[in-house]
Design a protein around this ligand. Structure first.
Ligand code: GDP
Length: 599
């Protein structure tokens, strides 16, 4: 790093930055930044926001070379935030670059049905792993080889951990192995596990465990599974059901074979030739090693020396260890590794990605801290019945997802039946999960990931669930009378009928100049002729009365600064999402979609 210092160090600065963030970006004391601002005639406190121009002058005075933020940072703050959804991981990949990767498997099932035993037994089918024996490192996941193919197993079994990870934004699992003890059959947590896997759209393979027991009744269990919509393959269905014994190590090869079979029929691919991204499985502070994180590389290849950002921590990867405690130089997709060199301990479920350099990493974190502060000030209420209607209006939802909890098993069926009969136009209810018992934190996590509302009948949320629901804005509604529950959901659906929309033009601007900005594209320098230009509107580009483009406004600036609206008589810079073809004299028409007023 010493060589870098000879030249003026570059500092990448966002459009707006607080004094504290600017100091952090340059790794200097905020007091020095405040002094520098004072000598430039700007009185600012540590939390004050300053614009790019001012920040750039200060940075220059302090011996840095200021630059506007890179697209890598802008991307971080793009709509949707830094959540790690499947789409986000592989979005934009050219299918030609995608190569098969090992499937990532989670083991789910009822308590005591043998999840942990099965994971242990599978770990020991791998000769290499058992040879490494005593020194195996706990890295949250392990890989086994079977007939020349690898499979990655996540070590924390159970749907609670599975959905908690998803609620934090991670989507790590390709295939769920549902362990059902052949002597005990389908139990409440088996049903929960099935619903959680289905909500995540993860294919299920059943491991019928404990077949060594004389009391095992595999056919009875298969009957129960068929009743849950998991028709066993040997009964003409599509669910692979593999009889196993974790204790006697029976059927393990068949199970691995089944996993590879399901994997081969699903597109389990990644691009190994790009910078790495993936999920944090666990974070630890180790006395001798400092902050460590066990991570799952999901796309790209991670290498020693790469700069990684994970939530609010970052660092250059100093060392990588595999599950045998061996140092490795690179980790291709689906590899779990422990990394050393982070500035702090990230949390499980957070996303990590490789960025070009440490300055970019610091800028991303500064921006995230800022966003967190804003979010903390404005609580989210994303999953209330009321907000649901706006999602429907925006065309984002057609189904009202519900999680139903009741005091007794007997109430589930009549309630779910009545709810599923509610159909209003093309809107309907989708019961993601229904079970007897109090409303738990796991239910709230499931509600978060499936955008569901929780309805309780004669039950209440436990304290942890209540706290989480409040923080995350999950709507929990409890009832003592069945018809009130049904009635309220019905009313909600009726209020959600899709209205007709009309386009209302709010302003027109004339293109006077076109700028090509590297990495961003074409920006039209405009004069607003009438009405107003609005950042959150849609826009059409018209040339000689002909419409060339219709889409969303991606940026609206006045004097380099982002702005929400620009009124008639003023100039502005306009970027449109996916539009690169502006010409002088074009008209940009700004419009919004409004609900048609009906009686
Ligand atoms: P988990 O709670 O699902 O992780 O279950 P465990 O792996 O802790 O197993 C629960 C109990 O079942 C333990 O006493 C295991 O020894 C026992 N067990 C697990 N698999 C088998 C099996 O295949 N056969 C028999 N007989 N017992 C098993």
């Amino acid at each position: 790093m010493n060589e870098e210092v000879k030249e003026k160090p570059v500092v990448e600065i966002p459009d707006f930055v607080t004094v504290r963030q600017l100091a952090e970006l340059m790794v200097v004391s905020p007091i020095d930044v405040i002094k520098e601002l004072m000598s430039a005639g700007v009185m600012a406190n540590i939390n004050q926001q300053i614009d790019y121009e001012t920040a750039a002058i200060v940075a220059q005075e302090m011996g840095f070379e200021p630059r506007e933020e890179t697209p890598a940072i802008a991307e971080e703050t793009a709509e949707g935030g830094p959540t790690l959804l499947w789409d986000r991981l592989y979005a934009g990949e050219d299918p030609e670059n995608l190569k098969p990767r090992p499937p990532v498997v989670t083991v789910l099932g009822h308590v005591d049905h043998g999840k942990t035993s099965l994971l242990d037994a599978i770990r020991h089918t791998d000769v290499q792993a058992s040879e490494a024996g005593g020194i195996t490192q706990h890295i949250g996941a392990h890989q086994v080889e079977h007939n020349g193919n690898s499979i990655t197993f996540l070590d924390t079994p159970g749907h609670e951990a599975f959905t908690a990870m998803r609620a934090r934004g991670a989507h790590t699992t390709d295939i769920a192995v549902l362990v059902v003890a052949a002597d005990d059959g389908v139990k409440p947590q088996t049903v929960e596990a099935i619903n959680h896997a289905r909500a995540a759209r993860v294919p299920i393979i059943v491991a019928l465990n404990k077949i060594d027991k004389p009391t095992a009744q595999p056919d009875v269990v298969k009957q129960q599974l068929a009743g849950m919509g998991l028709e066993p393959d040997d009964w003409g269905g599509t669910t692979l059901c593999v009889p196993v014994s974790a204790k006697q190590k029976i059927g393990l090869d068949d199970l691995l074979e089944a996993i590879l079979l399901v994997a081969s029929s699903t597109e389990i691919k990644a691009n190994p030739d790009r910078s790495a991204m993936g999920s944090v499985l666990e974070g630890h502070l180790e006395r001798t090693l400092g902050a460590t994180a066990t991570i799952l590389v999901q796309n790209g290849t991670l290498r020693v020396g790469d700069v990684v950002v994970a939530s609010l921590s970052y660092g250059r990867v100093r060392r990588m260890l595999d599950e045998s405690g061996e140092s490795i130089e690179e980790a291709p997709p689906s590899t779990p590794v422990m990394i050393l060199g982070l500035s702090g301990v990230p949390n499980a479920g957070e996303m990590f990605r490789v960025v070009p350099d440490e300055r970019t990493a610091r800028a991303i974190i500064a921006k995230r801290e800022d966003e967190l502060a804003t979010k903390a000030a404005a609580p989210v209420r994303a999953f209330t019945l009321d907000d649901f209607s706006s999602r429907i209006l925006a065309g984002q939802a057609k189904e009202l997802n519900l999680i139903v909890k009741t005091d007794v098993q007997g109430s589930i069926e009549p309630i779910v039946n009545s709810l599923e009969k509610l159909v209003v136009g093309d809107l309907k209810v989708n019961v993601v999960h229904a079970a007897a018992g109090n409303i738990s934190e796991t239910d709230v996590n499931l509600a978060i990931v499936s955008h569901a509302i929780i309805v309780g009948f004669h039950v209440s949320p436990d304290p942890a669930a209540r706290r989480k629901a409040e923080n995350e804005g999950v709507d929990i509604r409890t009832y003592d009378i069945i018809y009130k529950l049904i009635d309220e959901v019905d009313m909600a659906l009726k209020g959600m009928l899709e209205p007709t929309y009309v386009d209302v033009v709010i302003g027109q601007a004339e293109v006077r100049e076109v700028f090509q900005i590297p990495r961003i594209g074409a920006i039209a320098g405009c004069y607003v002729r009438d009405g107003e230009a609005r950042r959150n509107a849609r826009a059409r580009v018209l040339r000689n009365e002909e419409q060339l483009f219709d889409g969303h406004v991606s940026s609206l600036k006045r004097f380099k600064k982002d702005t929400r609206e620009v009124r008639a008589g003023f100039e502005c810079g306009v970027g449109l999402e996916g539009c690169h073809d502006f010409a002088e004299g074009d008209t940009i028409q700004f419009y919004v979609k409004e609900r048609e007023k009906t009686a």
